[in-house]
Design a protein around this ligand. Structure first.
Ligand SMILES: [Zn+2]
Length: 276
């Protein structure tokens, strides 16, 4: 039993040892192979990476430097071009809106110094009811001529004046601040804003440029006073509204009194400009 038991046991043990050794050798070879393969793989990857990193800067740099000189010129070209209008647009837009008096800069302020025509009587905005449109009655005269006439005490014997004058080239001159009374709309001077309008001939019809500026000015004033076209009247209407009949024969503004359609068109153009 002993031998019998010993022998096969010892034989089995020998077999087991042999198997373990074989397994260990195979495992060692496998491990060496794996480690070797891994090292080789790393080297290869490293070479590829190195090659990649080596070639990348080599190719990238020229690529970077090549477009770099190419890109900056267009950049320097586009940058000032893009910057100049970008800078010019707000620069011209922002001050274009208002002047130092808070008025649009398309209105030239040449305030009167003649105290007959501009005594400085306050007119609070809440008192203002109408915007009154006139014609100068002096064909071909310029806005500046009319302004200077208002400002000349020797010529302007009645001390008449107007807040605004619209000229033949569409220019607009402001003669009186809107919070002061102007003297064109008797007996409603203290509740009205007056606009004198130049005209090329005796018909009193406004030319295109004048008309456009007039609409622009009226529209802007309507915005300031929260008015609409129903607050826009003719000098002629002052008499009708105030019951003052003494001067009723005076047709001002002549063309727009004689041509009711033209006046209604003007009011309609104001309404359109106001977005109504
Ligand atoms: Zn008038």
């Amino acid at each position: 039993m002993n031998l019998y038991t010993k022998h096969p046991l010892s034989g089995r043990k020998k077999d087991q040892y042999a198997r373990w050794i074989l397994l260990a050798v195979v495992a060692l070879i496998a491990a060496i192979f794996i480690v070797f393969t891994a090292m080789m793989a790393r080297r290869l990857v490293g070479r590829h990476q190195a090659a990649a990193t080596d070639s990348t800067p080599q190719y990238t740099r020229p690529n970077v430097t090549t477009p770099a000189p190419t890109t900056p010129p267009p950049q320097t070209d586009t940058t000032p071009t893009g910057t100049t209008p970008a800078a010019t647009t707000p620069v011209t837009t922002t001050p274009a809106d208002t002047n130092e008096h808070g008025f649009p800069n398309w209105i030239d302020q040449l305030l009167l110094t003649n105290t007959d025509a501009r005594p400085g009587t306050p007119m609070p905005a809440m008192n203002v009811k109408y915007i009154v449109v006139h014609y100068t009655g002096n064909p071909g005269s310029k806005a500046i001529n009319n302004r200077n006439y208002f400002n000349n005490p020797a010529a302007n014997l009645y001390g008449s004046s107007s807040h605004f004058i619209v000229g033949l080239d569409g220019e607009i001159i402001q003669c009186i601040p809107t919070d002061e009374v102007a003297y064109a709309n008797y007996p409603m001077n203290d509740s009205t804003i007056s606009i004198e309008v130049c005209h090329p001939d005796a018909t009193g019809k406004y030319n295109e440029a004048t008309y456009r500026s007039l609409i622009r000015l009226i529209t802007w004033l309507c915005g300031e006073y929260h008015f609409d076209e129903t607050n826009v009247i003719r000098h002629y209407d002052v008499h009708r509204l105030s019951g003052y009949t003494h001067d009723q024969s005076k047709k001002c503004p002549l063309y727009y009194v004689e041509n009711e359609d033209a006046w209604q068109q003007l009011l309609s153009d104001v309404a359109t400009a106001l977005g109504k």
